[in-house]
Design a binder for this molecule. Structure first.
Ligand code: 7RM
Length: 609
């Protein structure tokens, strides 16, 4: 790799917090003078026009602005900026396919070209600034390209996780009235060779009046139905376009994307993120939590269908000019050492995964690790759910070989970036503790009455006191819901929905959700959402869903169901599972169903879970 480029401003040591003392100093500065603190960080990226106010907020009305009236573009800052700085030949994305012999790499220059072409393809189909584009794909490079192409032309992307059902896809498309749907012919994941993406998309768009065109990536070559009026192959959409595309000048507060997430009510909500604040916070936290350095190879195993993939596969790393690895497959295919084979193959330096994956691999013992050195690893990370101490130690000792700091990163779709975490190699690790807040973040522990619990050795609900740049801006189409969910429970604070304990050292330990949300393999699921799905079965009278401890998944889904049916228990249970698969997707299917004759109720008739 040529070394003739200018040192990159973002990935030099200067951009990092480099000691615990410095962290404490910077943290204090960020709290006593947030505007000055964030303004300095915001100067690291390129602006068409500077902002005139760093932040403005009113939590009562859920109104938050950062870098008001600034103009910038996310795709420009992820791509053109690095190419202009002489970084064009550096690797931006390494894509590792489901099959070990399939991989691709994209330099920053190449990625810029692909993104510009697809952006022009979208424009040719009439996509304009502010239009919503739905991306329903597996982990293929075109997903990252499409994300950045939307950002380039100011279209708002809404990525729908590729394992959601066609019903779930339809509802998400309709909620934000997407104009275009981008998908692929079929998908491959582990031993599954033909996941029917286009067929699911076809089902969904039967009832999505806003969709004008469906763009289809040819991933497997499996024949799929193409509607001549409506469907366009990705490769044809870019066959006659220019490979340059001028980035749209976006306002700091223009929405960058919508991402649906589950809450305590039945209907998932579209979390809206802004342009400037999101970019600044995701890139700042990426650099500091993982201590990313020039030439490092960074791998986050999440799916771009979730917020972790948005912030820490695509935007955070690319904004920093990093090399980010994107993996299409699963940890167990073609065998259970796949993760470790990939780490050695690319000499991965930072590895970021979920506790559920660790527990699943732990169950296979140490043998799958024996043929790999894992020498390249410098930092390992965890996200998505509390990591239990046993999994923490297994991961730390056997993957990190006892020498890599383990960053347990707590954050949410709504927070846009990591909020509470050790900084790798800087904050002393404590198993199962997310530890300390990032600069700019003021966690507060409150009791049920909203009293702040100060000092150490306290436990309660986790709130955040003043806004950070990537805080949720609204829930799409329903701002009242945003206010009532996040800003009404505790006056003047953002409510996270999580319980937390501050221990005798002042370290924070996340205790899990305190609302009706369960966390199954790191996937957030509303109990009401699963109940609604179960209740769609015509023989179901009523149901109650709760989480229960599950060795691998963290939480499993336990459904109590009242039925009126001629079928035997096994038959009705199978049918209920199929209904849930259809309404939400396989990730929501109950692990256990118990047929009951009644459910405990409160006096007002609410089910007591
Ligand atoms: C990033 C992400 C958010 C919920 C959150 C927590 C749980 C996430 C941790 C964690 C304990 C962690 N976004 N959670 N990370 N709990 N320790 N390090 O997962 O919107 O999908 O989920 O996940 O309950 O509120 S998410």
């Amino acid at each position: 790799m040529s070394k003739t480029y200018k040192p990159h401003p973002d990935t030099t040591q200067k951009a990092h917090i480099s000691s615990l003392e410095q962290y404490k100093k910077i943290y204090n500065e960020s709290i006593s003078n947030p505007e000055e603190f964030w303004a300095k960080i915001a100067e690291r990226i390129d602006w068409y026009q500077p902002w005139n106010k760093v932040r403005e907020y009113d939590f009562v009305n859920g109104k938050i602005e950062w870098f008001s009236n600034g103009k910038l573009n996310a795709s420009y800052n992820c791509l053109d900026r690095h190419v202009n700085n002489g970084y064009g030949d550096e690797t931006a994305i390494i894509w590792e396919g489901n099959d070990p012999n399939q991989s691709r790499t994209f330099t920053y220059k190449e990625l810029l070209k692909e993104v510009s072409q697809f952006a022009n393809g979208l424009k040719d189909l009439g996509v304009k600034k502010g239009d919503r584009v739905c991306l329903y794909m597996q982990m293929i490079p075109e997903l990252a390209i499409a994300v950045l192409a939307c950002a380039r032309i100011g279209a708002v992307h809404s990525v729908v996780f590729g394992a959601f059902s066609s019903d779930a896809l339809r509802d998400r498309i309709n909620d934000s009235a997407c104009k275009i749907l981008v998908t692929q012919d079929t998908g491959v994941r582990g031993i599954k060779q033909n996941i029917p993406m286009k067929a699911n998309a076809d089902q969904a768009v039967l009832h999505t009046p806003s969709i004008e065109y469906v763009i289809v990536v040819k991933r497997t070559g499996e024949p799929v139905h193409m509607d001549v009026e409506r469907d366009i192959w990705w490769h044809e959409s870019i066959s006659n376009v220019d490979d340059k595309c001028k980035p749209e000048e976006m306002d700091s507060e223009d929405p960058l994307f919508i991402l649906y997430t589950s809450g305590s009510t039945g209907k998932p909500k579209g979390v809206v993120h802004s342009s400037a604040g999101y970019m600044i916070y995701s890139s700042y936290t990426f650099l500091n939590v993982f201590q990313y350095d020039e030439d490092d190879i960074y791998w986050c195993t999440a799916d771009v269908g979730w917020i972790t993939g948005h912030s820490y596969i695509v935007y955070g790393p690319l904004l920093c000019g990093a090399t980010t690895l994107m993996f299409e497959g699963v940890p167990t295919y073609p065998n259970v050492s796949r993760f470790w084979d990939i780490v050695d193959k690319y000499k991965v330096n930072q590895f970021y995964t979920a506790p559920t994956a660790i527990r699943a691999l732990q169950a296979h013992g140490l043998e799958p690790l024996e043929n790999n050195s894992l020498d390249s690893l410098k930092v390992i990370g965890s996200v998505g759910e509390p990591i239990n101490e046993e999994a923490w130690h297994w991961y730390h000792d056997n993957v990190g070989k006892g020498k890599c700091p383990l960053v347990d990163t707590w954050w949410q779709t709504e927070t846009g970036g990591i909020m509470i975490s050790a900084l790798a190699g800087i904050t002393p690790n404590k198993p199962a503790h997310a530890s300390l807040p990032l600069p700019g973040i003021i966690p507060v522990i409150v009791d049920a009455e909203g009293n702040e619990l100060n000092g150490n050795n306290v436990q309660g609900n986790l709130c955040i006191k003043s806004p950070w740049p990537s805080i949720i801006r609204t829930t799409y189409g329903d701002h009242e819901r945003c206010i009532s969910t996040y800003f009404s429970n505790y006056k003047g604070m953002y409510f996270t929905g999580d319980g937390v304990k501050r221990d005798h050292d002042g370290y924070l330990r996340i205790l899990g959700r305190v609302d009706d949300v369960i966390n199954v393999s790191g996937h957030r699921m509303g109990t009401a959402e699963v109940e609604n799905a179960i209740n769609e079965h015509e023989d179901v009278i009523e149901s109650a869903v709760v989480g229960y401890p599950h060795d691998i998944k963290g939480e499993g889904i336990y459904a109590y169901v009242i039925v009126s049916t001629e079928l035997n228990d096994d038959e009705i249970k199978d049918q209920i599972i199929n209904v849930v698969r259809k309404v939400i997707g396989p990730i929501a299917k109950p692990d256990k169903i118990q047929i009951v004759s009644g459910l405990p109720k409160t006096r007002s008739g609410k089910i007591m879970r």
